[in-house]
Design a protein around this ligand. Sequence first.
Ligand code: PEP
Ligand code: MG
Length: 581
Amino acid sequence: MSEEKRGLAISPGFAVGNVLLINQAKMAVEKRKIKKNEIINEINRFQKAVEISKSEISSLKINQDYGYKIEHIEILDFNILILEDEILAGEVISTIETKLINAEWALNNVLTNKSKEFSKVRDQYMRERLADFYYIAERIMKNLRGTSEPLADIKGNIILVAHDLSPIDALKYSKNNKVRGILTDLGGTTSHTAIIARSMGLPTIMSLRDISIRLNPGQKIYVDGYKGIATWKVTKSEKGEMENLKNRYVSLEESLLSFSKLSGETKDKKVISIRANIELTSELKVAKKYGAEGIGMYRTEFLFTRKEQFPSVEEQYLDYLNLFEDNLFNETTIRTLDTGGDKSGNLNHQENNPALGLRGIRYSLANKEIFISQINAILKVAQDKKKTIRILLPMISTIDEIIESIGIIDNLKKSFTLEKNVPIGVVVETPSAAMLIPEICNYVDFLSIGTNDLIQYTLAADRTNENLGEIFSPFQPSVIRMLKFIMDSVSNQKYVSVCGEMANNIACLPVFIGLDVNELSMNYHSIPKIKSVIHDLSYQDCKSALDNCLKITQPDKIRKLLTSVINDNIVGAKPIMEYEI
Ligand code: PEP
Ligand code: MG
């Protein structure tokens, strides 16, 4: 009998491959049988790695630069205690001796057993201690393996499995064409790693809790990114069922793609522009194929964090030039660096509360040379290509930020000969910006509603925290009312786009159509499905659904109401209903 585990369906698709375990130290767990005369060597390697880990943690403790607080010190002390604990070390050593396997594999085995023990424990605190074991094991693993690169060692297609995966790592690994899917213990739907996975078209399941310690390296696993189910230990007789499922999904994808040619127009001729969010310029061609009518947001963080150094003006210029290669799109929107929050990169600052810290425009204005280099590169492309580039400023929370940013941009413009206007817009993603919409409209050319952060900051709910369930939900009445408030406050007929993940949630379409937004921008993969659903809806129905939502105070009731509007109208994309809502 196979085993399966359900998590959050993050990125649709069906994939099969061999497990590559990734830890935060970016290492794979190596699996190797050893000879009896190698036992001593393996034990020595393990003990040396434990000693190095211990001194690393001790030096973290005394390094005042980190500004550790008492609770941090306590955690570090607890980690050292685990390292000194004979139970962990003893078990690993006896596993090496009895199973004749290498130290990495033995450590992984011990951890798998610990996870089973912990999962039976009711006490939440004790269960959480598993995480401490995990991080310690990661550190030992890193010191065992040195810095070798794991991907090259693995044969066949790969499913990345990690406790947690940073957006940068997700991007780095997924660029290898052997990687077919991602599974993680942690992570929520709108985390940046989730966004990367969707943009790379990799079937992904997150919030699988302990998948990273239940699987063995190299094991074959099936990833159903539509339903959020990972299946392994598949028997010969079950293999056929898996193949059938895969074929069903392939034909579903093909039929969805046929909607890419539609325009975003309702039955009663209300038109919404449907554009793509991209994280890499290499997504442009496929975005066009899926029916993108333009680029609604190019997230530039990954351009900035790809290497150790920030890119020069010239490097940025060459990257932005790609946006107009092959004349795929005449207009594009570049969002300036939105670093911080869960998008860690090569920024040399640590913050206690990064989501509320020097993020987005705050970082750019505090590091003007970086902002100036980005604007110069954008303006040079606008000048040389004679195309329209919209500049989008993220994480705006005050009018002063807008005035200062526009001042810098206007000043830099003087050095260029621009045939086309360079529209400037802001991402509306803080409640503060929402409260200032009439004034913001006096300064900018367009708005783009960033629902991921807008939900996060409206509900004070961490977008990366998978334990918050319905609290972080687009169906929260406060979110729907916030959107209505924003749209009611828009003046001077400003163009409004929506660039958060809500834009690709089919149940949210009646809200956006009813609110008269001009554009929805989303991962390219969702475009055909969204176009098809819009095609089946009517503006009038959407308006009255929105009015009804505004009277409701519970998210599950709002979800139900909107789902029923979709269910009652959907024709073309009906097969996707099984797993979409
Ligand atoms: C958003 O917050 O909705 C958004 C589009 O930006 P990001 O997800 O990159 O923070
Ligand atoms: Mg945002």
